[in-house]
Design a binder for this molecule. Structure first.
Ligand code: ATP
Ligand code: MG
Length: 562
């Protein structure tokens, strides 16, 4: 076993593959696929599936296809196809020349359907959708056979051809598999294979007016592409007998479907339908809103693909559903950004600080460390002058116990600069609000350490007012206040537990080294958190930063408690 193999995760899916490799079930091949329906943007749940499918292919020297499962013309769009390919690539995976569309197989699927009609395994049904539902029975009652179930092969062929030719209205007929109306598995009670829909498809246009149902199409797509292990989420477990039935009846190449538990995350919603509702209802600003768990949103927020892949690996693969604490994702994001981001100083809630005994007009360049975790990232110069901005929160007129920052008469360290002592507090006469602090500095303490060795506990960050750059900073928080938004009670459902403070926009100042920043660049704003230059709205004349995540690590605390 190589080192890479030893380090690779092992789970029930990989155990199945190992066994198949041993028995030579697929002649030693491993071929997976990631099959999104292009009806929305990908979310972090899809990332789990992507990492699993592409990860397995890479681990076993196999292949993984990217396949658009585009069998429902009503909801599918090219915009989604473009976004999905971009997201998969950004996550770090490569399908090489294997980009496929389910719609490319429509003709072949049709031929397979004809084959089933000829084998008396499929029939055209004229029952309405409502009648089909009534005939289907319930979990305790068997279904009833449709009066059209025993049509002749000729009549079925004639009707099916005419369905395709566009002779019938939407919903007036379906092609059904002839299996067993009494099956305890409802999916086997003569499921629909084709429905009529006079809708324009994003790729095939108006060529077709009948469209294959998911269960019929999916196994065929896998079979046509020579997939070995068709990995899907748990809700398809009860569909597996149908997946197998179709392939067995046709006598075609037969991949193996394997189900795993889908990813659920606390404080968020994951289904594309819900995400679409948030986007269309204007609750967020588009699919790439940094508050959404979409890949595009996480990217815009400042997450790296490495952090997302790390998260997916830590979550692992299981056979039972669970909800993952979003703090784990946040932890992965912090851990990754901590290693890679340069530190800079920014003040988001500014309070002017004037150093009375600092020479007017003097500007000194202070040496600041770019990343204490990585000395190779070097140092930079940060200008220091007589007028600074500090965080309003770093001053208290009446400091509580254990508040070691600035207060009247108190001395603190200005990071990378000098020690200053607060000597006066200016206030707005009307409101009483503090408007400006006056301090004196100790010229001997450059770099932060006084020659007499006196102890100064607090260190605060700052920017020099004349050189600082104005910046719009978007502070994002969790989108929902409830741990499980889908269980929210009340008429509005999950929309009723939206966090009203999930986006707060502030105007702050950043150090001048950020002047040449490129959109998408990531930083740690010292003592505040991780931020990135917004990929859409950032420009040299209007700096816009997104807060990816604050520094506080609630996961580390939880881990400690455990
Ligand atoms: P949603 O339920 O969010 O609308 P979906 O399952 O309808 O998602 P598809 O485009 O059909 O979305 O999914 C593509 C692949 O991603 C499928 O193999 C599906 O099983 C997988 N997938 C979707 N959601 C998750 C999730 N939360 N966790 C893991 N895999 C997922
Ligand atoms: Mg789906």
């Amino acid at each position: 076993m190589s080192a890479a193999e030893a380090a690779a995760p092992c789970d029930f899916i990989r155990n199945i593959i190992n066994e198949d490799l041993k028995t030579g079930k697929y002649e030693g091949r491993v071929h997976t696929r990631f099959p999104p329906e292009p009806n929305g943007y990908l979310h972090i749940g899809h990332a789990k599936s992507i990492c699993l499918n592409f990860g397995i292919a890479a681990q076993y020297g196999g292949l993984c296809n990217l396949r658009f499962d585009d069998t429902n013309p009503a909801k599918e769009e090219d915009e989604y196809v473009r976004a999905i390919t971009e997201d998969v690539r950004w996550l770090g995976f490569d399908w090489q020349d294997r980009l496929y569309y389910g719609s490319d197989y429509f003709e072949q699927m049709y031929d397979y359907a004809v084959q089933l009609i000829e084998a008396e395994k499929a029939y055209v049904d004229d029952l309405s959708a409502e009648e089909v539902r009534q005939y289907r029975g319930t979990l305790v009652d068997p279904g009833r056979e449709s009066p059209h179930r025993n049509r002749s092969i000729e009549e079925n062929m004639d009707l099916f051809k005419r369905m395709r030719a566009g002779e019938f209205k939407d919903g007036s007929r379906v092609l059904r598999a002839k299996i067993d109306m009494a099956s305890p598995n409802m999916n086997l009670r003569d499921p629909a294979m084709y429905r009529i829909s006079h809708a324009t498809h994003h790729r095939t246009g108006d060529k077709w007016c009948i469209y294959p149902m998911y269960d019929w199409a999916h196994g065929l797509e896998d079979s046509i592409e020579g997939i070995t292990h068709s990995i899907c989420t748990l809700e398809f477990e009860d569909h597996r007998p149908l997946y197998d039935w179709f392939l067995e009846q046709l006598g075609v190449y037969h991949p193996q479907q394997i189900e795993f538990a889908r990813l659920n995350l606390s404080y968020t919603v994951m289904s594309k339908r819900k995400l679409l509702q948030l986007v269309e209802g204007g609750y967020v600003n588009g699919w790439d809103d940094p508050r959404l768990p979409t890949i595009a949103g996480l990217r815009r927020r400042g997450c790296t693909p490495e952090a997302i892949r790390d998260f997916c690996e830590r979550v692992g693969v299981a056979k039972t559903d669970s909800v993952i604490d979003i703090a784990l994702l946040e932890h992965c994001i912090r851990e990754d950004l901590n290693k890679r981001t340069p530190r800079v100083m920014a003040v988001l809630n500014p309070l002017r600080l004037v150093i009375d005994n600092y020479p007017e007009g003097l500007v000194e360049d202070m040496d600041a460390v770019n990343n204490p975790e990585d000395p190779a990232m070097g140092t930079r110069k940060v200008p220091f002058s007589r007028v600074l901005y500090i965080e309003r929160d770093d001053f208290r007129e009446d400091p509580p116990a254990k508040f070691y920052r600035l207060a009247p008469g108190r001395e603190v360290r200005l990071r990378y600069a000098y020690l200053v002592t607060c000597v006066d507090v200016k206030k707005d006469e009307r409101t009483g609000e503090v408007t400006e602090l006056h301090c004196t500095y100790d010229p001997e303490s450059r770099g932060g350490n006084p020659p007499d060795g006196r102890r100064v506990k607090g260190t605060i960050h700052w920017v020099s007012a004349p050189q600082a750059l104005e910046a719009e900073v978007r502070l994002y928080d969790r989108l929902f206040t409830a741990e499980n938004p889908m269980e929210a009670v009340g008429g509005e459902g999950f929309l009723g537990v939206l966090n009203p403070d999930s986006l707060q926009v502030v105007n702050g100042y950043v150090e001048p080294s950020l002047a040449g920043t490129a959109p998408g660049s990531r930083y740690q704003f010292e003592r505040l958190g991780y931020f990135c230059a917004d990929s859409k709205d950032f420009s040299p004349d209007h700096l816009v930063f997104n807060r990816t995540i604050p520094l506080r690590d609630s996961w580390a605390k939880i881990e400690k408690q455990l």
